[in-house]
Write a new protein. Sequence first.
Length: 478
Amino acid sequence: MGYEPLDLFINGQWRKGSGGAGEAVLNPANAQTIGELPHANEADLDEAVVAAVQGFKTWSAMSPFERAAIIRKGMAIVRARADAIAETLTLEEGKPFGEAKGEVLVSADIIDWYADEGCRTYGRVIPARQAGVRHIVQREPVGPCVAFTPWNFPALTPARKIGGALGSGCSLILKPSEETPGTAIAFARALDEAGLPKGVLNIVFGVPSDVSSYLIPKTEIRKVSFTGSTAVGKHLAQMAAAGMKPVTMELGGHAPVIVFDDVDVAKVAKMSVAGKYRNAGQVCISPTRFFIHDKVYGEFVDAFTEMAAAMTVGDGMEKGVRMGPLANDRRLDAMDGFVKDAVANGADLRTGGERIGNQGYFYKPTVLADVPTSARIMNDEPFGPIAPISRFRDLDEVLAESNRLEYGLAAYAFTADTGRATALADGLESGMVGINSFNISMPETPFGGVKGSGYGREGGVEGLESYLTTKFVSQSPA
Ligand code: NAD
């Protein structure tokens, strides 16, 4: 166990970059270097494109059943190595080992699910207007794809791209985050060992903007998938549009959590704390704007604050740790900025609000109460362990406030009233809605947002759909 050496994976070869450039990978729990990551230069990226084109030819010519057998074998290897891969993930990203292992296992499930669903990419036969004519609709993989994934879920976000692309018969050039490269590499090694033909999956690293601006315009690349911030997503979508390439954009969110006065407040507060501080809040569907009914507001804030303040924060490899460090030092500065601004706008800092120690990127689980909508944290995605809480009195008011922002990824509501639950499910402008639950992401369910949170879906049949094109064949007798 420990942190494995890092390589590029191009055309079935594990190797360093030909330009010699690279960067250090740090453990966010202590800011120590744990690995040296090679960068791909333009010649390496050109090779990856050629490999992906050849890989696509090989892979798309195989039956989905043959493809699924290789993918499933790869994921069996991942499961057998789940502890080692989870350690890699915790070392590079910081989340507690248990969370990391859960992520690795669900990522294997996601990739398997796509591989199986790829066997069900049915077309259809449309009745023709003349005898002897056949109208056939067939589904085909779109072609070589590129994907860019972030640091917060080093297994899950690559798994959604690898699963969708490979499950549908496409090849992929994946650029995982340079801050958390080892986990995606471990998945690629498992697929390589399972017999994945060369060029089907290629892994590259570099300066993100250089790699994306070089690869996206390539005529050979037929689809672009990105998970990350809304600002970067808009930029990449524009580049893809210039080449008329379909995109899947999983961008930021700022999920409202609406809690009515007819629920078990202690239970919902406990669920909310678990949801909020998972991965130290660095989750695009993290519950981020808590709107609590006036009648139970005090009870909720007190219960939430008590649990947040008691949370064990530390190195994710240590037993009993509930929350690890933030993934990088940028998040520490961002948290301080959000807290200072909220307090200046009149918010009540109930707990936390500061860094822990000066080694690693630890930040206290933070609760801000009575946060006005003028505070920046009620408008910009916090992406960290801060829970801003405010009160509401009626459904229309809280729906309007929930829908006010550009974001529309996830939303949550807690109520025992079925009519109200339906009104919330229908009224929330969001790609995903959890009613009395924070559980909105499964391999078989569509994941994605509306408005500034992006478009396209990953997971579910919709996820596979986005890697397929439709061909209509009209066949007449000669
Ligand atoms: P960032 O916007 O610079 O980077 C976000 C991700 O996009 C990183 O993985 C980065 O490598 C990648 N990226 C950046 N520019 C790119 C480009 N031109 N081409 C290709 N990839 C590019 O910000 P950051 O400091 O890493 O993260 C901060 C913000 O990003 C957070 O506040 C959050 O809003 C957002 N974020 C969202 C998700 C998500 O799951 N939706 C994940 C990570 C970060």
